[in-house]
Design a protein around this ligand. Structure first.
Ligand code: AMP
Length: 216
């Protein structure tokens, strides 16, 4: 199964991609995670990417297309993948099409997570992430059992720099301007399956499963 999870920052793509990727035994390929790893490792790519990420702008298309090309050629992605946070521009979508054609592969579906803007802002600004294992919490709706400590590994929780309100607003503008046109791109190709991205996580998971043709 070759899937794209499409939606604004904070739409819940990552949470759902993690669960479904485990179930399908395919990798969750999240360009945001890959770029944050490069930043943490202090590589040249990381240093270049950080300038864009800090302001909520997109990292140049050629950089992320290169990352994805390397990632999708690894053996674990041979039988499928879930792309989470890529593509984010029409240029990236076209690059992906070329890449997959070259590998003799085809996308199965593009699941669009539909979430209103007010909800996105509340989710992102309240999000806290474990600095050690990456588990995600929310200050109001999913707080950890012990303040600022991860339930899973005891690591320290923190806020992503780009989850501060001013940056969240610009990330949402970038989404509307550069990423939302992908809805038409994939609708025109008959691949787009919209799902309601608000409500209980389990209900959303059922929607994702139905959208990807899996039993409820
Ligand atoms: P995310 O974790 O998906 O919200 O991504 C965090 C940041 O990484 C974004 O605000 C961008 O700066 C950068 N980024 C992640 N994925 C992409 C992409 N496909 N194209 C360009 N920039 C990206």
């Amino acid at each position: 199964m070759r899937l794209i999870f499409l939606g604004a920052p904070g739409a819940g793509k990552g949470t759902q991609a993690r669960g479904l990727a485990g179930e399908l035994s395919v990798p969750q390929v999240a360009t945001g995670d890959m770029l944050r790893e490069a930043v943490a490792a202090g590589t040249e790519l990381g240093r270049e990417a950080q300038r864009y990420m800090d302001s909520g702008a997109l990292v140049p298309d050629a950089v992320v297309i290169g990352l994805i090309a390397d990632r999708l050629r690894r053996p674990d992605a041979e039988s499928g993948f879930i792309l989470d946070g890529f593509p984010r521009t029409v240029e990236q979508a076209e690059g992906l099409d070329r890449l997959l054609t070259g590998m003799g592969q085809k996308l199965d579906r593009v699941v669009f997570f539909d979430v209103g803007e007010g909800e996105l802002v509340r989710r992102l600004t309240g999000r806290r992430v474990c600095r050690q294992c990456g588990a995600s919490y929310h200050v109001e709706w999913a707080p950890p059992r012990v303040a600022s400590r991860c339930d899973l590994c005891g690591g320290e929780l923190g806020q992503r720099d780009d989850d501060r309100e001013a940056t969240v607003r610009s990330r949402l503008q970038v989404y509307a301007r550069q990423t939302a046109p992908l809805l038409d791109y994939y609708r025109a190709r008959g691949l787009l399956v919209p799902i309601a991205g608000e409500g209980a996580i389990d209900r959303i998971r059922d929607g994702v499963r139905a959208a990807t043709g899996l039993a409820g």
